[in-house]
Design a protein around this ligand. Structure first.
Ligand code: SF4
Length: 368
């Protein structure tokens, strides 16, 4: 039994007919429920639910404050290698792109860590392209040991690992995993992952479970909006988070809503998630998954991110750079995608505080 069974069931579901027959009364009932079923969740994602955003926002805000308080946690991403053996059509690091590639040595990782730590951030997200030969688990371990000297929480966003490998990382202080399915629609998945290990749909889909089985405390998932049908992808990613939350009680799950930004390779998105739908999806996630974190990255512009504070989001990246070695000005490399919110950590913090929310730098420390 895996989440794939849920996806299989969904394949026979007539979404168009369901949305046509859905009434505003049914949507209103779904909004008011304390515990939403998966059909309630779908109702909130429906185009008709756009007429009920105000009501959804009020409840989402109340539930978020009850569960989390008025806080936004901050983290910063650090890219340590942009070599990749995969061919994702939407990504600047695609192995076929002629870009400036860089792979940090351990002393360079330390230099980056020192620079980032000066911002006051205590949670770091460590990212690499997927090139196992160059960026083996041993290299990741060495990097983590350096980062643990400077940060309280280290989360990895790297190629999918085996459970035992996640356990190895957990033992040296990695407390979380970020892994996006990118697109839950299997046919589209195959059409945008043209080569390399990432083209194995099931291997990727079951990665969050392997992380949870290895005992990682925090696991962040999501779909990359722009690759597949928007409502279907929002629905399946929400169901995935619910499936994981119900099955793995020792881990905390959160969900992200990355939208495709311009990248090397010129990928043009067919499905555009507009701002109103983005807000609607945040609210629907919050009501369906009351305990899940909701994570908004610097892919979004500053003003839009600020307006989401109070609607259910719990985590922001800040001061992000998506090129390798960028924080300590090492030699040039190409970014993975364009950042939209270019504010410094300090500026981001000011904006959060101006909304009456508290900035959390540290909510976790592993005692070993
Ligand atoms: S999305 Fe990840 S796996 Fe795909 S090309 Fe980019 S870095 Fe490589």
């Amino acid at each position: 039994m895996s989440f794939y069974n849920e996806i299989e069931k969904f394949k026979d579901f007539d979404m168009e007919k369901y949305m046509d027959e859905l009434t505003h009364e049914e949507i209103k009932r779904s909004i008011k429920k304390d515990k939403l079923t998966k059909f309630d969740f779908l109702n909130l994602l429906s185009p008709k639910a756009k007429d009920h955003l105000e009501e959804m926002a009020k409840i989402a805000q109340r539930r978020s404050i009850q569960q989390f308080g008025k806080i936004i946690s901050l983290y910063i991403p650090m890219y340590i290698s942009n070599y990749c053996t995969n061919e994702c059509t939407y990504c600047g690091f695609n192995k076929n792109n002629k870009i400036d590639r860089k792979h940090l040595k351990l002393n360079e990782i330390e230099a980056e860590a020192v620079e980032i730590a000066k911002t006051g951030i205590r949670h770091i997200l460590l990212l690499t392209g997927e090139a196992e030969g160059l960026v083996g688990v041993g290299y990741i371990e060495d990097a983590v040991k350096i980062l643990k000297k400077h940060f309280d929480s280290v989360v990895v966003e790297i190629y999918p690992l085996e459970t035992e490998e996640y356990r190895r990382l957990g033992k040296i202080g990695v407390d979380g995993l970020t892994i996006y399915q990118e697109v839950y629609d299997e046919k589209i998945y195959k059409s945008v992952h043209l080569g390399g290990k990432k083209s194995d749909y099931m291997w990727r889909l079951e990665t969050p479970e392997r992380g949870a089985k290895a005992g990682l405390r925090s696991i962040n998932i999501g779909t990359l909006f722009g690759l597949g049908n928007l409502v279907e992808e929002a629905y399946l990613s929400g169901l995935h988070a619910k499936y994981l939350t119900d099955k793995y009680l020792n881990s905390e799950f959160s969900i992200s809503l990355p939208r495709i930004n311009d990248a090397e390779g010129g990928y043009k998105s067919k499905y555009i998630l507009d701002d109103a739908s983005f807000v609607q999806f945040v609210l629907a996630y919050r009501l369906f998954l009351p305990k899940a974190g909701i994570n908004i990255s610097t892919r979004e512009v500053a003003e839009f991110r600020d307006n989401l504070i109070g609607l259910g989001v719990t985590k922001f990246s800040a001061g992000s750079k998506t090129n390798v070695g960028a924080y300590s000005d090492l030699e040039k490399s190409t970014p993975q995608f364009e950042i939209s919110d270019n504010r410094s950590v300090e500026e981001t913090e000011k904006a959060i505080k101006a909304r009456g929310y508290q900035v959390v730098h540290k909510d976790w420390e592993l005692i070993v």
